[in-house]
Write a protein that binds this ligand. Structure first.
Ligand code: MTE
Ligand code: HPA
Ligand code: MOS
Length: 751
């Protein structure tokens, strides 16, 4: 089955926030934001702007009826700056006018005076000054100092990864309007409708039932709308609260790029100890996470860095500490992988460094340390149904790794202007929100009396096709064709208290809830069928292809007829179900537990050709063996792998976020910030499913797929490093992503 949305998308019929037909009297909002990164506000004069014809009102922190606070995990982030500015792009006021053009004119008339304060943009500087958004976290296993004592080789170094702009096609957006009795309805482009609802209730000082959140779909989120859709929705809600008319805010691209947080840059100090047979016996890391000016999701992202700090390897002695460093950048936030990629990059960098020093290929170290059944992760979970060795071996044989390596050596021996590189990248990614209490979901299923079905869940469609998967679950449970099922919008009045659609858990959590609701309805309908068909019991009854079957034989009773019979018999055709992931737990005091329902495994082999005169490169192939479990939709799932891979390659190669020393974003448009285009996509991307038993905690045994494949791209970085080293034997690997062509050129001719 194709993604349900594909026709609508291609024909331009799908609705995003900016496509909603606005109501009469709708006003337009624009954010007045800080143009410096740190300072004290001395004076703001709004009078000229306010007097402009068509300006209705300018809202500041003084207009907030409840609390001027939007911090999710830690309450450290005001909606509007009060006395101090902490980052460039920080919202100060919200201009509401009859048109966007008038609001823009008004913005240029606001006069602000500030006293500059010192600006910190680098995590290391904040670390040295003791500036943090949160306390450090440490995962420890056995005794790392004892481990290093036993090591034959010890290597130390630093690794850097930069941020990444989400670049969802639909920018942040909200449309809010008044309902009766003080209720406000907000249509928002958010991954977390409940988080937005709760925050708005707090900002307005009203109950959550007075705030209704509705999400149709997002033009991409990638984590950028897990926590950061809130501010814009809250601003429109504040305006509606005071003005009682509809207010719309859609960020223009430049504003979105400037004002929103990105993937966290990390600066990490690592130490790795190996023994003679290449076993990693000790690993130590201090991750300096650049949080930006407020915590946002940094504490949870920091935690996931630790969970994935050892990637797919069993390491006996470990000590990893993450420090969330407070800087004057926009608060950084969730981005596909959620700190996992930053953690995995470091262990791969440490292995690359060790391989270089020992003058062996990195894959020998990787291979010697892959996880085995019943190995213990640094966080205490015992690895079960481990597939990493299998997918690794399968990738090596299926894609002829040994032969490819030899061919590349031969190519490199013959050529000087061009060099090739190859790498292997194993991934092991934990599925579940690392914060156990977030792992639950609900679904509301209605069967209408004509047999058609409406399904509401807490899942948000953002291009990952979760709605198509929900539809498949319902259609399959009822044995009816997919045209009979409609997936409704995500709305907090139908499905309440939702976790954001994130952590790759959307399909698992919501799908399990849909399945439960459907199972209960099937049970009721079987009873009806038993009566209608005058059977002894209901155990022989099943539903298939829009008909009732008895003992696997088709009867003349159709689904539609059965449903109408049930309605006449006054049987409820609606069901609400709740699912909470069993088995998982985590003790944050001990930093031990069993946080993940299961793990997803895979291995990618990447080859690259480097132009050693220009520093430019092309990825020839990325060949992947990926553990989908029993995929319920291979077309969608392979799409997720390919999209994540290319997005990841952008992160490690070409996407370069640049803030200057004043904290001003220089890479503030798509002319300066280069994302992968069709020419940057690897010439061959091959994804071969590793068909496994799946996992009972995955929906229909189809493992979660949204984030894990992002990390295959890290292999691209190291393939490129190998190509550079083939040209420049003096090259001392910097392990500083992204490896832009400029940096590559310097590396080719430097030390
Ligand atoms: N795919 C598309 N097309 N657009 C997106 O915004 N977000 C990714 C991934 N795939 C995203 C996507 C992220 S960050 C996550 S966590 C998952 O989808 C969320 O959806 P799921 O839980 O339903 O997999
Ligand atoms: N992943 C993604 N988003 C989250 C998580 C997580 O583990 N925890 C809280 N939000
Ligand atoms: Mo994804 S970063 O968990 O939204």
């Amino acid at each position: 089955m194709k993604n349900k949305d594909s026709y609508g998308h291609v024909r331009g019929e799908s609705l995003f926030v900016d496509d909603i037909t606005v109501m009469q009297g709708t006003l337009h909002g624009l954010v007045f934001d800080a143009s410096i990164a740190h300072g004290r506000i001395k004076n703001i004069d709004y009078s000229k702007a306010e007097n402009l014809e068509g300006v209705v009102r300018i809202f500041t922190h003084l207009d907030i009826p409840g609390e001027n606070q939007i911090g999710g995990i830690i309450q450290d982030e005001p909606l509007f700056a009060e006395n101090e500015i902490h980052f460039m792009g920080q919202p100060i006021a919200f201009i509401v006018a009859e048109s966007l053009a008038i609001a823009k004119k008004a913005k240029s008339l606001i006069e602000i005076e500030v006293a500059n304060l010192p600006i910190i943009t680098k995590a290391k500087e904040a670390f040295e000054k003791g500036l943090f958004t949160n306390a450090p976290r440490t995962f420890k296993k056995a005794d790392v100092n004892e481990g290093f004592k036993k090591a034959d080789y010890i290597f130390e170094g630093e690794a850097f990864t930069n941020g990444q702009e989400h670049l969802y096609l639909e920018t942040q957006a909200s449309y809010a309007y008044p309902l009766e009795n003080g209720t406000i309805k907000i249509i928002s482009s958010t991954q977390g409708p409940t988080a937005v609802q709760k925050t708005i209730a707090n900002v307005l000082g009203v109950a959550m039932h007075s705030v209704e959140l509705e999400v149709v779909r997002l033009g991409g989120g990638f984590g950028g709308k897990e926590d950061q859709a809130t501010a814009w929705a809250a601003m429109t809600a504040v305006a509606v609260y005071h003005l009682h008319v509809p207010v719309k805010l859609v960020l223009e691209r430049h504003d979105d790029i400037r004002m929103t947080g990105k993937r966290h840059p990390y600066h990490t100090f690592y130490k790795i100890g190996l023994n003679k047979d290449l076993k990693i016996i000790a690993f130590e890391a201090d991750y300096l996470q650049n949080s930006g000016a407020a915590a946002d999701l940094s504490p949870a992202i920091a935690e996931r860095t630790l969970f994935h700090g050892t990637n797919s390897y069993y390491i006996e002695n470990v000590r990893m500490t993450v420090h969330s460093c407070k800087t004057n950048l926009p608060p950084n936030t969730a981005f596909r992988g959620f700190g996992g990629p930053q953690g995995m990059f470091v262990i791969e960098a440490a292995i690359a460094k060790a391989a270089q020093e020992l003058n062996i290929p990195a894959y020998k170290i990787q291979e010697a340390n892959l996880l085995q059944e019943d190995d213990e992760f640094s966080y205490g979970q015992i690895a079960k149904n481990v597939l990493i060795q299998k997918v690794w071996n399968s990738a090596k044989t299926t894609f002829n790794f040994d032969k490819k390596s030899k061919e590349i050596d031969a190519f490199n021996a013959k050529n000087t202007a061009l060099k090739k590189g190859i790498s292997l990248m194993p991934i092991t990614f934990g599925i579940s929100f690392t914060n156990t209490p977030m792992n639950h979901a609900r679904a509301l299923v209605h069967i209408y009396q004509d047999g058609s079905v409406g399904v509401s869940t807490g899942a948000v469609e953002m291009g990952q096709s979760v709605n198509t998967k929900m539809l498949q679950v319902a259609a399959q449970s009822f044995g009816i064709s997919s045209q009979n099922v409609k997936i409704e919008t995500t709305n907090t009045t139908r499905v309440a208290n939702t976790s954001p659609t994130a952590a790759s858990t959307g399909a698992d959590l919501n799908g399990k809830a849909v399945q439960l609701a459907c199972t209960n309805l099937v049970d009721r309908l079987q009873r009806v069928a038993q009566e209608v068909l005058e059977l002894e019991n209901k155990s022989s009854i099943s539903f298939y292809e829009n008909y009732v079957y008895v003992n696997k034989k088709k009867t003349s009773l159709t689904w539609h007829k059965l449903v109408s019979e049930a309605f006449i018999r006054r049987v409820s055709l609606s069901e609400n179900a709740h699912y909470a992931t069993p088995e998982i737990h985590f003790d944050k005091k001990k930093e031990k537990g069993h946080p993940f329902a299961y793990h997803v495994y895979g291995t990618a082999i990447t080859t690259v050709t480097l132009d050693c005169i220009r520093g430019t490169y092309e990825f020839d192939s990325v060949e992947i063996i990926h553990d989908f479990g029993k995929s319920m939709n291979l077309g969608i799932d392979i799409g997720q792998v390919e999209g994540a891979l290319v997005q990841g390659l952008g992160w490690v190669t070409m996407e370069e976020i640049v803030y200057d020393d004043k904290g001003i974003l220089r890479s503030n448009s798509l002319s300066g910030y280069k994302v992968p285009d069709v020419f940057a996509v690897p010439k061959i991307i091959k994804t071969i499913p590793f068909v496994s038993d799946g996992d009972d905690l995955a929906i229909l045994k189809s493992k979660a797929v949204g984030e894990p494949p992002f990390m295959y791209a890290i292999g691209g970085y190291f393939a490129l490093q190998n190509a550079i080293a083939a040209f420049n034997p003096r090259y001392n690997r910097k392990l500083d992503a992204p490896m832009t062509p400029e940096k590559t050129l310097l590396a080719l001719y430097g030390e």
